[in-house]
Design a protein around this ligand. Sequence first.
Ligand code: SF4
Ligand code: SF4
Length: 203
Amino acid sequence: MYDLNYYGNSNENNQGQAEPLPDLCHKCGRCCKSATTFNTHSKLVAMAEQGQQEAIDFLEIFKPYATLDEARAEVPEQVEQVMKVITEREDMDEKDVTFYHCRYVTPEGLCGIYERRPRCCREAPGHGWSVMPPGCGFEGWQFAQREKQKRMVRDLKNMAYLMAQASPDGVNHPTRPGVTLAELHQVVDDKIAPWKPFGADNW
Ligand code: SF4
Ligand code: SF4
């Protein structure tokens, strides 16, 4: 499941710089035959019409399956996985999901345009919650990414808690002079916001 909303929000180091994606792909080609996004197809088209480059790239390479059954016949385990995730999300409905297959994946499952594949392919799976086919080479990496995001949010919440204890007026951060408690809470909120659909409020 591709995520066109989260570029640059994951796989960052402590300085906020994107780290290169490790070479963990088994080159099975299943993600190229079972792409979905957290957007409806009509929203994707609208995003592309408004000039959003990731949506333009996505629609240039991917063709929608005509029906869910057609996708299920090609990549059954991935369809089941994605539908399970969708049923658990309050902001999405099964009827909104479209599965896609790439125009450029070869019969052997390789990329026919590897050197010029778009950003959504270069950065996939992008973050720890992208739904990849079972047995994908990135499973361990995704687990580590999820833990990293949760740890970062917990550390920030802890910092805000300690600051509130040490400085009831919320203006004198003991280790980060010049940072107010309100600013720290804003940092926490900003960090959490993209991950709320994945349960970030409870981390
Ligand atoms: S499913 Fe995973 S291992 Fe297979 S091609 Fe896609 S990224 Fe590579
Ligand atoms: S462009 Fe290449 S990497 Fe991207 S989905 Fe198509 S075959 Fe896969």
